[in-house]
Design a protein around this ligand. Sequence first.
Ligand SMILES: *Cc1c(COP(=O)(O)O)cnc(C)c1O
Length: 441
Amino acid sequence: MTDHKTPETEAELTGATPRRRPKADVLEVGGRRLSPSTLMMGHAFDPALSEGSLKPPIFLTSTFVFENAAAGKRHFEGVTGKRPGGADGLVYSRFNGPNQEILEDRLGIWEDAEDALVFSSGMSAIATLMLALVKPGDVIVHSAPLYAATETLIGRILGRFGVTFLDFPAGATEAEIESVVERAKAQGNVSLIYLESPANPTNALVDIEAVSRVRDRLLDGEAKPPIAIDNTFLGPLWQQPLQHGADLVVYSLTKYAGGHSDLVAGGVSGRKAWIDPIRMMRNTIGTISDPNTAWMLLRSLETLELRMSRAGENAAKVCAFFRDHPKVESVGYLGFLKEGSRQADIYNRHCTGAGSTFSLYLKGGERESFAFLDALKIAKLAVSLGGTETLASCPAAMTHLSVPDERKQELGITDNLVRISVGVENADDLIADFDQALRAV
Ligand SMILES: *Cc1c(COP(=O)(O)O)cnc(C)c1O
């Protein structure tokens, strides 16, 4: 676990015997910087501090014992800002715990982020971020569409507190983004630019670099707003937005990061200057993940690269099968973008893989998509994505049922659309399943 204090400093300041400190993390060997998949096995945990246990124990405790009264005072001086540098050490489990700290250190590694936070769900991560960064009268500029609950949060919940928003379509050009930001500036103080890429279920990519240039041109100066992006669909393996101008990356860790469809959690990584106020909000409202979930995520991260690589390879094979099938109208898969198109240009600059979640458009309508879904034998009929198992659903009739018809048409959420998240099964088995299901259509 992380502890940024040196024993000398603490002993000097508290007069106490220093607590045992974890040994320094090994981040490189022989001048070679270690990759995230290597670091996931041991980074930020010292077995010597936990009875030699190879794996971190699950720390089920609500509070942590101070070594002495002076150490307790020192902590609260940090929390309240009486002493610069913030709080250090563990005090109370609403703020943090050993399992969550290890997880945060490891999560940050994937994107070389300055800092990271974990939350009880993707939505609690997004809500905590927004509560920390916006105030009445502010405007949020966002790409559209967003995950439905995020749209509800911005439009209906933050709207009640006097926050307004303006959006631009995910595939917008730099000029289009610029005109929306111009209008937003006229509407109020723009305090947050919030993106989601690829968008769900259209898979449209946002040009993060263009957004970043527009922000720097039009919103420079003291009140420069951060760019936050929901990277759940491609991150952290296939898209790393911090390298393209984003300040904060948001995750539903429920999806690929957790990866086994057995937990709900969220994360935010990025610049420390923006993470600090979000941490303060999380400390206040208690949206941190629990120790057990954090432990499960530590296990999940050990196989993240393996799982995502395999799922990505499987999706490429499955999509190649669908593309040539006579009962398929089209396949909305990032691997099939038309070379030379604007979307392909964004993909080539921002992404290193096409992911494993895509849109299958069957010839026909609801009758055909339902027949296909009901005939599946391996793939399960469920919403969500990014798990080891393949899932399929019909957005128009399920996740997006309440979206007005006109908006559905605009977003391409038609009755013949089947959303598929490919898992890590044997690709040929999956193709055999999809083949027999298409025959049932
Ligand atoms: C699932 C999801 C969320 C919400 O995450 P939860 O963990 O369910 O709260 C947010 N954004 C995207 C893109 C998602 O897929």
